[in-house]
Design a protein around this ligand. Structure first.
Ligand code: HEC
Ligand code: HEC
Length: 220
């Protein structure tokens, strides 16, 4: 079949595509960054309540992978900030809350609280684990993938108009969750269809793992 765009032309298009930058990192990605600095000491890297400080505590840090599922954003905001914790009533009050969970009053902005909650939701519902460092993935994504998949990952990069292609929407969990980590890695390394390039000679295995982690956080 005849190619619509010659590979050399494609390469030049990629080089010429205007460089745009990201102003707001995706919430779950930003939330993970905050979580690693402020929460994982007690709640553990995967949120299971087994952080380095957990042993030293009389009251065990909550296993966030199970507890946050039933809590609304409003309740979680109250729990995290401590503002209005005492007003939590009814079913949500169950097992709440000793002073062992610090009150993060006025420490986070509203956006940061939303980001933290997005990451807690990720911990509570992720189908696949993170493999590599999402921070590395974020940078690689902006460098190599956003021209087609879009700065925000929703599949509307500049190349889509130039070439008339429809890349995967990486912000849509219904699309990304269809593939396990190995399948994602295979598509990135070997390409997919006519216009998803193979990156085997450009990216290392750890680059690919990092990209997969970033994509998992994006689709949340
Ligand atoms: C010093 C240790 C410590 C740190 C740091 C900490 N927590 Fe906690 N957290 C706890 C403990 C202990 C509990 C359980 C309290 C209880 O059962 O009374 C808890 C409970 C919670 C709960 C309630 C779970 C539920 O639904 O029942 C949430 C949500 C939570 N923490 C989120 C966070 C977030 C987000 C951060 C980081 C900004 C954080 N925690 C940092 C110790 C900690
Ligand atoms: C030249 C445009 C282009 C670039 C650059 C690009 N992609 Fe794609 N990508 C596509 C297209 C088009 C599809 C849809 C392919 C199909 O299903 O036929 C796709 C699909 C995918 C899929 C889904 C594959 C599957 O099995 O369904 C993943 C994952 C993906 N891309 C990751 C990436 C990553 C990571 C990068 C950067 C390292 C990247 N892409 C760069 C165009 C691109």
């Amino acid at each position: 079949m005849k190619q619509i765009v010659h590979p050399v032309v494609l390469f030049i298009l990629i080089i010429l595509a205007p460089v745009q930058s990201y102003s707001n990192p995706p919430p779950a990605y930003e939330g993970r960054r905050l979580y690693v600095s402020y929460c994982q000491l007690c709640h553990g890297t995967e949120g299971k309540g087994d952080g380095a400080l957990a042993k030293a505590m009389d009251i065990h840090p909550a296993n966030l992978t199970t507890t946050v599922r039933s809590r609304s954003d409003t309740i979680l905001t109250k729990i995290i900030t401590g503002k209005g914790r005492q007003t939590i009533t009814g079913r949500d009050r169950h097992n709440l809350l000793s002073d062992a969970m610090p009150e993060w009053k006025d420490i986070f902005t509203e956006e940061q609280i939303k980001a933290l909650i997005a990451y807690l939701r990720f911990l509570g519902s992720a189908k696949y684990e993170l493999m590599g460092d999402p921070k590395v993935g974020f940078n690689l994504y902006q460098q190599y993938c956003q021209v087609c998949h879009g700065i925000e990952g929703d599949g509307d990069g500049v190349m889509t108009q130039l070439m008339g292609i429809m890349p995967m929407d990486h912000t849509n969990p219904n699309e990304t969750n269809k593939l396990n980590n190995q399948e994602l890695a295979n598509s990135i390394l070997d390409g997919k269809g006519r216009f998803m390039p193979a990156w085997r000679n450009i990216l290392s295995q750890s680059d690919v793992d990092a990209l997969i982690s970033y994509i998992r956080l994006l689709s949340h």
